[in-house]
Design a protein around this ligand. Structure first.
Ligand code: PHE
Length: 340
């Protein structure tokens, strides 16, 4: 009996060492200590050995049982610890991983200007409208009263996709879209990309941005246009900014104007940047909507009148931030963009 007990002990301790998971653990525990387990059987057979040997055998059996139980308990703890570690590894997030890969950017200075302008006009009760960059020749030129032989229609000035389709050369075709589809009165601005076949230099880019404005209602006059433009220029650049309105020509407005503001560098005193005129030129063009354009869109020009304006978002951004080269706006050099 003693040998049997010693053998069970030796075998069992060896098996316990090799236990790899909780299933193994449970199998061995039942096999040894379970109701029909090997050790249990031996203990039950205690009645058959001579009475004088019983106390010593009983003691030994109990010691072995205690030792096996202790070993098993140790193994169980070890296994649970292992499982916990695996679980933690699976669930944990390493907050120090990739510390430098996520950088939060910000809006491009051109979009900042466009949003600022849109917000301003929104506060004056204008709607914000989106127009397509690919336009029909009809909307871009014909219905805007542009003469058939107008130089801007030339293939050397405009990107044609086919005979009837162009990359819009200005945002003015949005005027046509809105007048044709929306109810009167109209008060809208529309900002976006425009395209012209221009040679790239420090003030020209074949892709640039405009913001178009259009108001159509009864009794709209030049005074309304000038007042609206003064208001937005003062809001954008400050009350001190002076404006100058010069007569101009656009096929789709009559009369037409161009607007200058005092030079940003010298505040009107005269300097290199403004060629000693004191004025920053060609920020925007506008005028009263030509009656023919109203009629082209089915609006009775004897009842309704309107004003329209178009401004160069790139120019305004450059003037506002004192940027001397338009190319900087399109090169996406982070060292430049980070400054805004
Ligand atoms: N579309 C004109 C341009 O690109 C600007 C303009 C818009 C002028 C609306 C008058 C009215 O130069």
């Amino acid at each position: 009996m003693k040998e049997r007990l010693q053998k069970i002990k030796g075998d069992t301790l060896e098996k316990i060492e090799k236990i790899g998971d909780l299933a193994d653990f449970e199998e061995i525990r039942i096999k040894i200590l379970g109701k029909k387990g090997e050790l249990t059987k031996v203990l039950r057979g205690m009645g058959q050995i001579p009475a004088e040997e019983r106390p010593a055998m009983g003691k030994l059996a109990n010691e072995i049982r205690a030792e096996i139980e202790e070993k098993l308990e140790g193994k169980r703890k070890e296994l649970e610890e292992k499982i916990k570690k695996i679980q933690e590894k699976k669930e944990s997030i390493d907050v120090t991983a990739n510390p430098q890969t996520v950088e939060i950017g910000h809006r491009h200075p051109l979009h900042q200007t466009m949003e600022e302008l849109e917000d301003l006009f929104l506060s004056m009760g204008f709607d914000i409208i989106d127009g397509p960059e690919i336009e029909t020749v009809e909307n871009n030129f014909d219905l805007l009263n542009s003469p058939k032989d107008h130089p801007s229609r030339d293939r050397s000035d405009t990107f044609y996709i086919d005979d009837k389709t162009v990359l819009r050369t200005h945002t003015s075709p949005v005027q046509i879209r809105v007048m044709k589809s929306q109810e009167l009165p109209i008060r809208m601005v529309s900002a976006g990309r425009t395209f012209r076949f221009d040679e790239v230099d420090d003030t020209h880019s074949p892709m640039f941005h405009q913001l178009e404005g259009l108001v159509v209602d009864k009794n709209v006059t030049m005074a309304n246009l000038i007042d609206t433009l003064d208001m937005f220029i003062h809001a954008l650049f400050g009350k001190d900014m002076k404006t100058r309105y010069r007569p101009h020509y656009f096929p789709f407005t009559e009369p037409s104007i161009e607007v200058d503001v005092s030079c940003f560098d010298c505040k009107g005193r005269g300097c290199d940047a403004c060629h000693y005129t004191g004025w920053s030129m060609e920020l925007l063009g506008g005028g009263l909507v030509h009656p023919k354009v109203l009629e082209n869109c089915g609006i009775d020009s004897s009842i309704y009148s309107g004003f329209a304006f178009g401004l160069g978002v790139d120019r305004i951004t450059m003037v506002k931030h004192n940027i001397s080269d338009i190319r900087l706006l399109y090169e996406n050099d982070q060292r430049f963009l980070e400054q805004f």
